[in-house]
Design a protein around this ligand. Structure first.
Ligand code: EPZ
Length: 425
């Protein structure tokens, strides 16, 4: 297993362009299954999660190819095996977003229950509630969800809110299924994340009739069929926020291109409270860190609130703030595996239920640490950029799931990260 060796402290400077969004690419790749024929997706990043999803779509009977120029083509003419097998779904739980499109396209689908992961239980009860309200007959067998719709799907008014608010992929599944249902569907308490907006915009280009896009109430008038699409996915706001936190913690100045600040108002709001300058320019922004910066309280919430996917990265930043911060996690209350690892680097973090008290310290100290999930590993890299000495981050396969060549891109900004074989298994 690869490790990262990160020499610190460094000060980042220069320009980085943000890649296409992983969390827009995955549901949009699933949407391509709704239309027989060849779809072409632009801007899909080269990530481990995308490769796993390609493997899944291929074994449905479709053909996914990555062209030399990076364009991804999906030939969904034929789907002769609408099954999402356990050995793939357990690797990448977002695979569940084939449920809606395959149910609508094939009338039957079997997908392994995803199971939990490092950031907490990952139930899909809301997905199934929504699909049942569209007329699907669903039962569980040997760890698989089996969904059938012998009479076809029928529009319905669906409340999709759960105990932690809206569900991103649950909205994606119900939205995609509703595009081919008979009649009108209303999804109340729909997720408003930019990635869902991107999915809905893509579906409308395919011939769907969706309104209320970007709002918590989506209205879908079913159509008889959708056609293949050529579509460019939006930039990855979580990758952008990760680079912003890295620029801030190192006191550097980084120009971030292909960054839609309008998707990141909650993040920019916190950076400004912390005392980090964020200036919009060109197709992105310039983020300038400061020698010493202020604490801030962060509570994660569904969009447009502060994204849970940036909670760990910003906790690493706040570990060096000049004062105490409180970080409350309201989306995945157990999403704190990075806390113990950051404390190994001399951070002073105390977990109290679904909150962490962050007592700012003067410096972080390099240490061998263990990545546990995608965003926690990004937080450890960010901490390593600022820590004194050589930090070793183990199990960097986690970070490769969601960031393309991250060490190369950080090194172009002045970081000193080397990817090495070995490390703690
Ligand atoms: C998406 O996951 C993202 N993944 C996650 O990003 C992100 O953290 C999450 O949304 C929240 O923004 C992709 O888009 C591929 P949810 P998703 O359903 O859709 C509960 C990353 O790092 N819930 O919005 O699976 C759930 O337990 C990943 O890129 C139910 O109770 O998340 C959680 O507490 C990690 N029942 C909350 O809702 C359900 O049926 C939000 O989950 C579904 C969800």
């Amino acid at each position: 297993m690869d490790v990262f060796r990160i020499e610190g402290p460094v000060r980042l400077a220069g320009h980085v362009d943000i890649n296409g969004s992983k969390n827009a690419s995955l549901p949009i790749m699933a949407a391509a299954l709704l239309a027989p024929g060849n779809s072409t997706l632009l801007g899909v990043p080269r990530l481990a999660d995308i490769s796993v999803f390609k493997e899944l779509i291929d074994q449905l009977g479709c053909k996914v190819e990555r062209r030399e120029d990076g364009v991804l083509t999906i030939d969904a003419t034929k789907i002769d095996n609408p099954v999402g097998p356990y050995d793939i779904v357990r690797k990448m739980r977002a695979s569940v977003c084939i449920l809606g499109p395959l149910l609508a396209r094939c009338g039957r689908v079997e997908v392994s229950m995803p199971g939990g992961c490092a950031i907490g239980d990952r139930p899909i009860d809301l997905h199934l509630i929504g699909l049942r309200q569209l007329g699907a007959q669903i039962h569980l067998k040997n760890g698989y969800v089996i969904a059938e719709t012998p009479q076809g799907l029928k529009g319905a008014s669906i409340f999709l809110g759960g105990p932690y608010g809206s569900t991103v992929l649950g909205t994606a599944n119900v939205l995609m299924a509703a595009t081919l249902a008979k009649g009108r569907t209303i999804i109340e308490s729909a997720a408003c994340e930019p990635e869902i907006t991107d999915l809905a915009n893509c579906l409308n280009v395919m011939g769907a009739r969706i309104s209320g896009i970007g709002s918590p109430r989506l209205v879908i008038d079913g159509v008889n069929h959708l056609h293949p699409v050529q579509y460019r996915v939006i930039p990855d706001r979580i990758e952008a926020g990760t680079f912003m936190a890295a620029a801030a913690i190192t006191g550097g100045e980084v120009h971030i291109g292909h960054c839609r600040l309008e998707d990141m108002m909650a993040v920019v709001d916190r950076l400004r409270i912390i005392g980090i300058a964020v200036e919009a320019n060109g197709d992105g922004c310039t983020v300038a860190g400061a020698e010493s910066f202020q604490p801030a309280d962060i509570t994660t919430q569904p969009y447009p609130g502060f994204p849970t996917d940036l909670q760990a990265q910003f906790m690493a930043l706040l570990a060096l703030a000049h004062g105490n911060s409180i970080v409350v996690e309201k989306v995945f209350p157990d999403r704190f595996l990075h806390v113990a690892e950051l404390n190994r680097m001399a951070a002073n973090l105390r977990k109290e239920g679904s909150a962490v008290i962050v007592a700012g310290v003067k410096k972080l100290v390099a240490a061998p640490v263990m990545a546990s999930d995608l965003r926690a590993s990004a937080a450890l890299v960010i901490a390593g950029l600022a820590a004194e000495g050589a930090t070793i981050v183990n199990r960097v396969y986690h970070i490769d799931r969601g960031y393309e060549r991250i060490e190369e891109r950080f090194n172009l900004l002045g970081a000193k990260i080397s990817r090495e074989e070995g490390g703690t298994v």
